[in-house]
Design a protein around this ligand. Structure first.
Ligand code: URA
Length: 250
């Protein structure tokens, strides 16, 4: 939003008064005097005007290593939730960017920046999400083409984006998706009547789960991670230790 519009929405002054007050140097953005009303600001830009702070909100970005047996939710009457693991005063402001199922483990991103988390999760953004998948039965090479071609999901009326499947062992694969449909991994393997017995998310875009985080631990993202890129799936797997074992269901 433009600064002048923000000031008009958040003060009792008219647009003409705001123009004059801006010219007189009465607005500060991130501590700097600003006279240009056309300046773009967002919900995390600190704004003071006429010596009053109108907006001062910090953006928070965390990665957590989600354990299995834990809901991707803020609260639940029956089950432990991932948000209960986050011991921060700003916890109530946070939401999850791309949920994982109860028994899925791995990278979960938590933030109070809605624009940022939408970019992570909207299918049009084509952010690569990499999973290690363990299955009940053998994963056959014919799966690769079926995953690449996409599968029609009748419930949503969509065909899944081409996905990259790399078979690592008889019952172990790495799957890269470019969207996050409901139970997508399990449903895709379900087409072959092959049940997923363990699922672990390794990365989202260029953000890779920090191997030093034990299950349930979290840390703040670095500035590079915050400005993540979609990263082609072909680049991600080589950066991840493929011999790492995935946790089994709890
Ligand atoms: N696909 C699934 O089936 N489950 C998850 O938790 C994530 C992707």
């Amino acid at each position: 939003m433009r600064l002048d519009r923000f000031l008009s929405n958040n003060t009792e002054f008219s647009r003409k008064q705001i123009r004059l007050m801006l010219a007189q140097g009465m607005a500060k953005v991130a501590g700097q005097t600003v006279t240009e009303g056309r300046l773009d600001i967002n919900e995390f830009t600190e704004v003071t005007f006429d010596n009053k702070t109108l907006q001062s909100k910090t953006a928070h970005y965390l990665m957590i290593n989600k354990p299995c047996g834990c809901l991707s939710a803020t609260s639940d009457p029956k089950h432990p939730t991932i948000m209960e693991r986050v011991n921060e005063p700003f916890r109530r402001q946070l939401h999850i960017g791309g949920r994982l199922d109860f028994n899925t483990s791995g990278l979960l991103l938590i933030t109070n920046d809605g624009k940022w988390s939408r970019r992570l999760t909207q299918p049009e953004e084509k952010i690569a999400k990499v999973y290690r998948v363990e299955t009940e039965d053998v994963i056959h090479p014919e799966y690769i083409e079926a995953f690449r071609q996409g599968m029609y999901f009748q419930y949503e009326g969509i065909t899944t984006q081409p996905a990259e499947l790399k078979i690592l062992d008889d019952r172990l694969a790495r799957l890269t998706l470019f969207e996050g449909r409901y139970h997508q991994v399990k449903r895709m393997f379900g087409r072959f009547n092959n049940r997923v017995t363990a699922l672990h998310r390794e990365s989202m875009g260029s953000i890779i789960l920090d191997p030093s985080l034990a299950a349930g631990e979290y840390r703040a993202l670095t500035p590079e991670e915050i400005s993540f890129t979609a990263v082609p799936a072909t680049i991600i797997p080589s950066t991840i230790n493929s011999s790492a074992t995935i946790p089994l269901f709890c």
